[in-house]
Write a protein that binds this ligand. Sequence first.
Ligand code: NOJ
Length: 789
Amino acid sequence: MPVHKVARTYVESLVLPCANSSLLGFALLMGFLAINFSLAEETTLEQRPWLDKSASPDERVSSLLSQMTLEEKVGQLNQSNGISGQATGNTKNLVADSALYQLISKGQIGSILNEVDRAIVNELQRVAVQESRLGIPLIFGRDVIHGFRTIFPIPLGQAATWNPELVTAACRTAAREARSKGIQWTFAPMVDISRDPRWGRIAESFGEDPYLASALSIASVEGYQGDDLSNSDSLAACVKHFAGYGAAEGGRDYNTTMISPSAMRNVYLPPFKAAVDAGVATLMCGFHDVNGIPMSVNKYWLNDVLRGEWDFRGFVVSDWDSIFETIEHGVSKDEQTAALAAARAGVNMEMNSPCYRNHLAELVSNGQLSESTLDDLVKPILRIKFRLGLFDQPYSEPNSERLLLTKNNLELAQKVARQSIILLKNEDGTLPIKKSQIKELAVIGPLADSKRDQLGTWIPDGKEADSQTPLAAIRATAKLHGTEVLFVPGLEDDFDRSTERFAEAVTVAERADLVILIVGERANISGEARSRAILDLPGAQNELISAISEVGKPLVLIVQAGRPLTIGKQVEQVNALLYSLHAGTMAGPALADLLWGVESPSGKTPVTFPKSVGQVPLYYNHVNSGRPPRPYEYEKDKTVDDSINVELGYNSNYIDVGPYPQFPFGFGLSYTAFSYGEVELSAAKLRDGETLAVRAPVTNSGEVAADEIVQLYIRDLVGSLTRPVLELKGFRRVRLAPGETSIVEFALPVSDLAFYNNDEERLIEPGEFEIFVGGSSLAPKVGKIEIVK
Ligand code: NOJ
């Protein structure tokens, strides 16, 4: 039986893109067609039974695997970097002349990363499908981290929305854009719990809390993968960096981690487990070591737990060179031992470095690695390729440009950005801007019009030209209200230390009725390898804030950054503060919407903001020492007083800045006020298997419609291990009109009160638990329950 359908698909996918291009494209097309037709004539389902779409992915994997040579099996485990940008010329020659060509045509590469030129993607794929012996398609991976061309807020900003549905929608859009360019696999979401803002990769994370991160981990996987991986707008997701990478000692990237078994299970693993349960296709192990064993060779977590206990059926990719780097870690003596250890640990695919390519076949031939272990590494990769439909439609769709940066995509990006921005101060209702009172508006600051910086880290396919900046959006909105905008940057950029231009900025501030000062961190000082030991605003931005605040005009500070910065003293100098975690392409219009009150701010901090870097790590769900300081009181503790106080007693404290944060977890203000009525608990005593219903009446007692993020926390009062003083167990975003009350219901199953001890036993311990409900981690206690046997 000839495989007509398969051949026709190849031809269609090549005809359409080439038909729009030059004569050269046409000539290439003729060459492709010749090969296609001969393939159609030659290939039969008897010869390649794995092309039978009616068989299950597992059956297709078995039939293909049974035909593969040792070298071809090893080939599937190798991932290489793409070739775009290495040379110019026509696509076919570029590919034919590349070192990759030889490897792909011999079936020695299973995946390519960082290739987004659709013509090159299709040509590399053609070589794999038509020139390699078995025609196994490549899988193309890319870091689509917070959008592809339409850039959404950085993941930490997405976490500040506390809105899983919106995160799903953002990831869906990113998937649609990326798949249109030939990408089938994103290296996202990153779900590393991050309790340390020195770590630059906190920007890529969903913050410090396992519950919030788990919810957003599921939301992202569902968004990227959709209902079916084979849909033309789905990407295989890759949850990373398994696991505990965010615990890097000192917040220094790639650094060692020391994580107790209970902390691994209770804090770092939940978002990974959530992704696995949600059906994530792939997982990436981290660069780091946990308690001395680099993750890339960590058999216990990768094999025993991930595959054994969790039954993960997707595949694990290493991080870039991370198998090779186990030599530098000092646990592998050479490439061969690194390859053996990683293969035994269960790393299916090696990103970039050549340990597998150079050594696995020999390790199998000489009996050090069994062929069945090798098969077990290959199978999940093939299974995902089948599930992605790559054997049925290996090529990327034509006319992709029109799917990028569409009106809908931009509107969604604006909505996500709006919900991600956090109002941290609003003295005397400074915001929203009172249209009638503001005739002249000063916009000052080096990040007011910085198209690149608002996009944040990891935007390989984003373009700064697409960015709509705060300055542009403020000007556009001000025009509608007849307000004049006076703009002076004050500093060349965020690193500028010169105060020369301050006088000009001060003059403009003096003229204006209201000043909006836009400062922050440039995009490339957060993200990978961008750890900072100082978390102040860089350059002379603090001095600029002081100079402008001395003018005495109402002052709104906007910070655009990739992490929480230590801005306590600056907060005291301004009347209002909006914190924008690099909010992407539409950061400007989103900020303008909030400034003018088109929408009320609703973002809440996904991490604790420290007062001083010396307090880090500082997170809300810590355990108590035997000598805790007095309880945290936001109003009392919000100012930074760094005078030394030796009268604090013998408790766990800092005698200079105290142990309390600048802004607590889950915190954010609104243009309205919410009041909470009496919370009802469905039971006082519960057993395992039962569920507590928590009903909280929430009223919008202010004057504008707005969203509130209602949060449910618990405290396990006595445990066989020290237990966190507070743990998030539920949250809900509700929209309320002025005067409206809604009963927000949470279902809290007793199983959610379980925790792991250091023997990795999961326990539900009898005893008392306090319940807290409110709009932040400052939520008051609303009751108590008892878990009984
Ligand atoms: C290294 C990073 O750690 C990882 O997150 C990323 O996906 C890979 N490089 C590929 O770019």
